[in-house]
Design a protein around this ligand. Structure first.
Ligand code: 5GP
Ligand code: ZN
Length: 140
């Protein structure tokens, strides 16, 4: 069911115009209106799904196929040397639209964009402890 106040539901059902680049039975792709680089595209399922935790596995292959199609086309159209596929979950991770979407961002050598700063563990046992905590939670 579309959510009344969801901007991406409204774009997916044509209520709000967008610069559409691809559509099939399950997904739609359109340009981000505030692109990192021109050609920055968003892929959304037509169905309202909030985030990756609510995303059904049955739709995964449709999204994967659309990501490949759009990324290949976007690289050809922009002359990008690479691209990032990004998907944010939760406010803390930068999600601002709570209808799941994948960003396909064209990248150019030397474009200077830093996606994140990497850190380190205090020592090897701190890393093992964290792995243990997560693996126990996975089994729940
Ligand atoms: P998020 O931060 O949730 O991962 O990404 C949301 C993205 O949607 C942002 O990059 C933002 O520029 C884009 N966006 C927000 N509202 C609209 C809209 O109405 N139309 C389009 N095309 N993009 C939007
Ligand atoms: Zn929605």
């Amino acid at each position: 069911m579309p959510e009344e106040n969801c901007i991406f539901c409204r774009i997916a059902n044509g209520e709000i115009p967008s610069a559409k680049v691809y559509e099939d039975e399950n997904v739609m792709a359109f340009l981000d209106l505030a692109p990192v680089h021109a050609g920055h595209t968003l892929i959304v399922p037509k169905k309202h799904i909030k985030d990756a935790l609510a995303f059904p596995a049955e739709l995964a292959s449709a999204v994967a196929a659309a990501v490949q199609k759009v990324a290949r086309a976007l690289v050809a159209a922009t002359g990008a040397q690479g691209f990032n596929v990004l998907q944010n979950n939760g406010l803390a991770a930068g999600q601002t639209v709570f209808h799941i979407h994948w960003h396909i961002i064209p990248r150019f050598e030397g474009d200077g964009l830093e996606m994140w700063r990497q850190g380190s563990y205090l020592d090897a046992s701190a890393m093992q402890e964290m792995a243990k905590k997560i693996s126990l939670a996975v089994q729940k």
